[in-house]
Design a protein around this ligand. Structure first.
Ligand code: ADP
Ligand code: MG
Length: 236
């Protein structure tokens, strides 16, 4: 087997799709291969992340991605890192990344990870899970100061419907715990959110511990030539 396949085998990484990028083995390989801004490497060291986890090794697809990896395998960093890398620095053009989480608690953890890895760059991150009345009446243009939005589906759809949310500059849409988000209960909201992210440059990424085949099929219908990464054994 080729060394890359050997390496993936050792880490129980399976990949599907055309031209899947090679995994990076260490965070310094990553920094070199992708010319990471030094602040990201410094923050990784400060947080104490020394080695990438398996899912993180394949987290830079530069296109649409479906990633399936067990709970506790570090999926959060595997989207926080490429999103921060791609956004480069704060800009006042409105949201460029949207992360959807099924619960508030999870959204808070994602927010904390963005804060920790983004330290030093002054990205404006909006956590929209308990929007107060005063925030709702805020001038939508004020939201242009934000780069990243983290939300539960309901809150975001609510804001879209009230015309308070311009998602036309969004380049990264991440669905965390995608199996829950693409389940029947949330499907309508997901459609609304996808429709609002109108940029032709939009890249979607799905992360989940389990992807039932129905969800997988549904996911494939909304993705363009995705890379699929599966860590460990896929649920039957
Ligand atoms: P998942 O979303 O896959 O369930 P999380 O992203 O919540 O996993 O990560 C699980 C735990 O592992 C968190 O406490 C996180 O801080 C830690 N972690 C993530 N990546 C690394 C890493 N590269 N090295 C050490 N710890 C890590
Ligand atoms: Mg998670």
């Amino acid at each position: 087997r080729r060394p890359v396949e050997e390496f993936r085998g050792q880490h129980r990484i399976r990949v599907y799709g055309t031209d899947v990028p090679r995994p990076f083995q260490t965070f310094s390989d990553l920094a070199q291969q992708y010319e990471l801004a030094p602040y990201i490497s410094e923050n990784l060291a400060r947080i104490g992340f020394k080695q990438p986890t398996a899912v993180q090794m394949q987290c830079m697809p530069n296109r649409e991605l479906i990633a399936c990896a067990p709970t506790g395998s570090g999926k959060t960093l595997s989207f926080v890192l490429p999103v921060l890398h791609d956004l480069r620095s704060p800009q006042k053009v409105g949201f460029r990344a949207v992360i959807i989480s099924p619960t508030r608690e999870l959204a808070q953890q994602i927010y904390n990870q963005f804060r920790a890895l983004g330290e030093g760059r002054k990205f404006k991150i909006c956590m929209m899970t308990k929007m107060s009345t005063s925030q709702q009446s805020e001038d939508p243009r004020l939201r242009q100061k934000f780069d990243i939005l983290i939300s539960t589906p309901l809150k975001l759809v609510h804001a879209i419907k009230q015309d308070k949310m311009d998602l036309s500059s969004v380049k990264h849409l991440v669905l965390d715990e995608a199996d829950k988000l693409l389940d029947l209960g949330f499907l309508e909201q997901m459609d609304e959110i996808l429709a609002a992210c109108s940029s032709p440059k939009l890249q979607k990424a799905l992360y989940s511990a389990t992807i039932p085949s129905g969800v997988e099929q549904l996911a494939q219908t909304i993705m363009k030539d995705p890379v699929r990464v599966v860590i460990g054994t896929k649920n039957a």
